[in-house]
Write a protein that binds this ligand. Sequence first.
Ligand code: IMP
Length: 472
Amino acid sequence: MGERSGYADVLVGLQYGDEGKAKIVDMLADQYDIIARFNGGANAGHTIVTPHGAARLMQVPSGAFHPGKLLYIGSGCTVNIVKLAAEIEALTAQGAQLDGRLFVSHRSAVIQPIHILADRAQGRDIGTTGNGIGPCYAGLAARMRGKERTAVQLRDLLRDEDHAFAMMQANSDSEGFQATRDEASEAIWLEVFASMRAAWERVRHFVSENDLFLTDKVADGARVLFEGAQSVMLDLVHGDQPFVTSSHTGPAYAYVGGDLPCQFHRKSIGIVKAVVSRVGAGPFPAELGGERSERYCTDAASKGIGQSEERQTADVEALLACGDDFATGVALRVLTGEYGTGSGRPRRIGLLDLPQIRRVVALHGIDELFINKCDCLTYFGKTPKGIIPVIVEYRAEAIGLRPVIAEFSAFEPLDRTARPSTTPAVAAITDIPASLEALLQFIERHVGCPIVGVGVGPGRADIVQLTPSPVH
Ligand code: IMP
């Protein structure tokens, strides 16, 4: 590395997604020159509160509202051209200037119409987001079906647009889906491809053919923040197959999918939230209400029951007061707004699971932690026991693993009225109640990683930055 060279930090979620990564990226963005994505695609969905109102990001990195910061979408990402064009339009309308700031690797794989159809037909049991991400990565790995190429990268569109669209058409004619084709669906296909061509016109000038884009910039002193999509518990290999996403979500993958040599790595930042959630199917040992909660959420998602329906029917005070785990989960979901950003699906709710965090901190070499949604822990004060339950161990028993729960003192809601929610400042450490501080110190010791920030509310100003205490 040269004397002038910069570095990269990688920020990833340590649970099942939706830990509030975008909010932390938005807060840290000023310390970096480039914010980059390395995995996933339009399956990531997050909302950040900006001075221009709430902005919804799916494929564009979360630094969009920091003028002067470059944004990079690496080759490890899948790109939905139509959604990217719409996102660029929407962000531009909200005041984010992206021309000359946003760069997309020409090696990123294109989400083809057939991928979305296949995902919606086959991904139901996993509870995928239906964005075609899995079939797209699968096509990349398959490379060919007979004499036809299965994957289309953005570079194929740059080289020969007509040929790339012919490849996508051939893929959409592939086995299994041919049987469902009729005149009506033929017209829909034509429309879909026409809208892709129109979107491509908007997107093409953001595509970079320079594989050394980040490398050259970092060698010249640039500081990069890689922003992970999904989270490490949803990793294709290290998560619980098949209830995972289809890309690698750990920090090491940033240097493959993000197009930068790993020699520039400085540190890995992990984001967790104090009340955990999972959307879609799959193991969730800390789930409040266990299988009942999973069944209820799956059923609610299929019936289109979301935030407004639950809010109308749930008496949260009564649910919390009854002391039943399932009821507590429903109340916490309503009170903390845990519904899918894109789909609106109710998320399954669980307790903070320290053995799980400890394992992923060790597995992925996490250097520091942010804990979001600590303010949400105050709701446990309204349960009959009035304490905050945290899982500290799993004991093997005949029926399987039994969580061992430690109890922490509840605290009063934090007074956030003094801070305007759009100020990108941070709150003072004195804002943290003593019992929350005791819990944070316990977490640090238990998971073996310093906590550097605590989320105490939804706004940009609701993050308390901490000086890490020595980890024992
Ligand atoms: P896919 O990524 O759409 O294939 O979905 C695979 C699994 O990952 C499903 O359980 C999804 O609910 C989950 N998933 C994908 N993206 C996100 C996300 O951004 N947040 C939380 N869960 C996600």
